[in-house]
Design a binder for this molecule. Sequence first.
Ligand code: NOJ
Length: 535
Amino acid sequence: MNTTPKWWQKAVIYEVYPRSFQDSDGDGIGDIPGLISRLDYIKSLGVDAIWLGPVFKSPQDDNGYDISDYQDIDPLFGSLADMKRLLDEANARGLKIIVDMVLNHTSDEHPWFMEAKKDRTNPKHDWYVWRDGTPDCPPNDMLSTFGGSAWQWCEDCQQFYFHQYSVKQPDLNWDNPEVRHALYDMMNWWADNGAGGFRLDVIDSVAKVPDEKITAEGPNLHKYIKEMSAAVLKGRDLVTVGECWSATPETAQLWSNPDGSELSMVFQFEHICLDQDGPFKWDLKKLPMADLKRVMRRWQTELTGKGWNSLFWENHDLPRIVSRWGDGSEKAATMLATVLFGMQGTPYIFQGQEIGMTNVKYELEDYRDIEIRNMAAERLADGYSLESVMESIHAKGRDNARTPMQWNAGENAGFTTGKPWIKVNPNYTTLNVEAQEKDPNSVLNYYRYLVQLRKEQDVIRDGDYTEIMPDWDNIFAYSRDDGNKKLTVLANFSGETVEYPAWTVDTAGEPILCNYGSWPEEGLLRPWEAVMYLK
Ligand code: NOJ
């Protein structure tokens, strides 16, 4: 590593999806006071920061990713005073709050858009992306991520506006400097008020050029990000993570340049898209292990010293990893955690991942997510069978991650005393925090150990990555070497016992961690077994 290490390179970040974390007032929706009441739990995980999902004022068309006021809190989640208390209480515990910033679009109920749509001469009109046309003929055939055209006709000003997400999420026009500076001012306000950083929602899309069908990586993108960084981040010790679906190891070197000119790190999804067949996540295919290993290896080797990556299997948009690439068992959960936590980057734990929460199989009417609902309506109208639509939702639907946090075996898993906004996963009676607190071998306590290990071992931050047994389909193994220490991670990525030629792995050194109660036999890995050696 050729730069001074930053605190966030040894940090672990915990993502809270506030709506599903802890309700305090019985309305069935998680809120800020509820989260405050769980700060000691989060602290007990050993993590350094909380990525706080959307809490700003919002019509909730996309669960808060449609913001109508960046400087106020939605009454569903509490008040501005609650938010200030959260910042104070978290900071007092040494937990930074990373605020989820949606800068690509606002709600159509944001006062900026309400003005903008009035007429073409309104001073705010140019703050959004408008194009001429006639109601039946949009400017081009670009599609919204949530289905249908990305263009919506506006009767008031007789133009189309561009929305990469729902019709209630019009895209901001970053080519207008007033827009950019209004956003920077707002971010500075949050930083002045105690925010420890920002998670930047779909930030790679802000410099779009819709006429050329460009959303991600528009020509002015990195110019704007550098400008934002200079206007907001300079002189402050903030951690910034950019959600960049388009990032490659090459562009990640710009995004996370160690000179600090852009962001701290990227949050990219190359590994996450490997089990989809074609451009749509709903079209499923089995995870090709060789591709997973290749993608992880590339990110591990091509960014060292030149940038910084996030390590994650889950977030609020993704299914539960233990169901997705494991078999739902505790062993699979801990194996997946081990593989991730031995790598270079900053790990993220999404709420519930640390207890091995699983996907759900609900009926269509039980789902709440706009993406799921729009996809189901579209595909059913297009003649897909209900069975295939449900198979996709069960495998990939975002609501898999959004079921309430499972705190205990009591009513509604201890999440709310009211009716939860989305059904609780029925396995909460056995799979919950309270039960795992009591069990030294639980997934929860395993995660705690892994978090600690990263703090203690510089080799996890700095070491070079070398893959072991690259051609093996069911074994994920690698070593990390910083010239001082060597960490070896060996994992059985399958539910079968696997024999391998022991000479292929230089495991000399101490076994320091295994997700079984006993050390593995040489040359043999039990189902979903994971082990770490250190020398
Ligand atoms: C990414 C967020 O994580 C997702 O939940 C949201 O729907 C889109 N961006 C649009 O803001």
